[in-house]
Design a protein around this ligand. Sequence first.
Ligand SMILES: Nc1ncnc2c1ncn2[C@@H]1O[C@H](COP(=O)(O)OP(=O)(O)OP(=O)(O)O)[C@@H](O)[C@H]1O
Length: 401
Amino acid sequence: MESSPSSPPSSPEILNLDSIRALKILGQGATGTVFLAHDVVSVSSSSFAVKLVHKSSASSLRRARWEIEVLRRLSVQTNQNPFLPRLLASFESPEFFVWAVPYCSGGDLNVLLRRQNDGVFSSSVIRFYVAEIVCALEHLHSMGIAYRDLKPENILIQQSGHVTLTDFDLSRSLKKPTRPEFFQPDPELCTDPKKSRSFSRWVSPAASESKKTRSARVNPITRRKTSFSSGERSNSFVGTDEYVSPEVIRGDGHDFAVDWWALGVLTYEMMYGETPFKGKSKKETFRNVLVKEPEFAGKPNDLTDLIRRLLVKDSSRRLGSRRGAAEIKEHPFFAGVRWDLLTEVLRPPFIPLRDDGELTAGGFDIREHLEKLRMTVSSAPPSPFQSPSHVCRNSDSFIDF
Ligand SMILES: Nc1ncnc2c1ncn2[C@@H]1O[C@H](COP(=O)(O)OP(=O)(O)OP(=O)(O)O)[C@@H](O)[C@H]1O
C-alpha cells in the first residue's frame, strides 16, 4: 500500500479490524497512536499505517472527523496528489476512530535531518524537498484547505524517497483565493520595469489585514477564538511555537499565507539545522517571531533570498500571498525545476534502506489493544469532556473549527 504516483486509485473501504494485525507502533501524537499494520486475510496486501484516535474529548472527536474528511477528499481519483496521502479504509466504534493510510517507510524529515553529519541538508536536497512540499501545499490550497501545521515531523518519506504530508487535524477549510492578483506574474521577481510598476495596482489594502492560528513543536495546541465572518481568514490559534506566523500570534486572522511562512521556517531549519526564531521560552519565541529578522550566516544567495521572502512578517507582502504557489515556483532558487515532472525527473536524495512494510509476520490484535485502552480510559477519573451533551455541542460547531 505504498503511496506512489503509479498506485492504482481505490475508494476507501470499511476497515475490518478482525483481519488486521498491528506490527508495531509508528508514532504517538497529541491525539492518536499510529500503528504499522497488515491485513492477514488479503495475502496480496502489503503493510499500511493505521491511526487510532480515542473519542475522549470533543476536540479529538472533531479533529479526527475532520482529518478523515480531508483524507477522503484527497482519495477522490481526480483529486489525488503524489505528495499527499489518501484514505485506504476507516472504521468508527463508539469509542474510537480508526483509519488506514499508505505506510511511509522512511520516517519523518526531522529524523532524517538530525541524522545528517552537520544536521543540515545541502541546497540541492533542500530544493528537492521544498519543491515537493510546495506542490503538496498548492494542491491543498486549491481545495480551499490551509494546512497550518507544516514542520519536519509532519513530512514523511515514502519508500520511493518522495515526501507525503501527514496530520491534517489542524488544517482548516478557507475560501479559495479569488483575488485577481492570484493569477498575475510576480513583478518582484520580474525584471521588466513596466510590469514592476503595475504591481502596485494589484495589492489591495484589505490584503494586509490579518487574523490568526498556532502550535507547539511536538504537541500542537488549538485555541478557538471568536467567530469569523467569512471563510477567507481563520481566527483559530493553532500550530507549533517555532513555526507559528506573526499574524497568528497577533490574533488578527490568517489565511493560506501561514503555510508559506511555515515553509520559510522549515527551509531555514533545513539549511541551518535550527529554526530562526527559537527563544528560551514560548514568550521569547513569539516575541522573536513578531519583531526579530532572521539571521543568515554566509553570503546571500538564492536560497537565503527565498527564505527571506517567505519570512516577511506582513502576510500581504509575503511570497505566495498574492498568487499562491506560482510565485514560489518562479523564484530563482527553483530555476530549471521541471514542476510537471517532479516525481519522474528528480531523483530523491535519500531512499529508505529497508521497507518495514515487507515485515508481515506476527503482530498483535488491534482489537485487544483497543480493549486495553478502553479499560485504561474507563478506570481513569471521569473526564469533563466526556459528557454526551458536550460532544454533541462541539460536533455541531465542527464546521467552524
Ligand atoms: N503513514 C505513515 N507512515 C509511517 N509513519 C507514520 C504515518 N503516519 C504517521 N506516522 C508516524 O506517527 C507519528 C504521529 O502521526 P500523526 O502526526 O498523524 O499523529 P497525531 O496524533 O495527529 O500527531 P500530532 O500530535 O502531531 O497531531 C508521525 O510523526 C509519524 O512518525
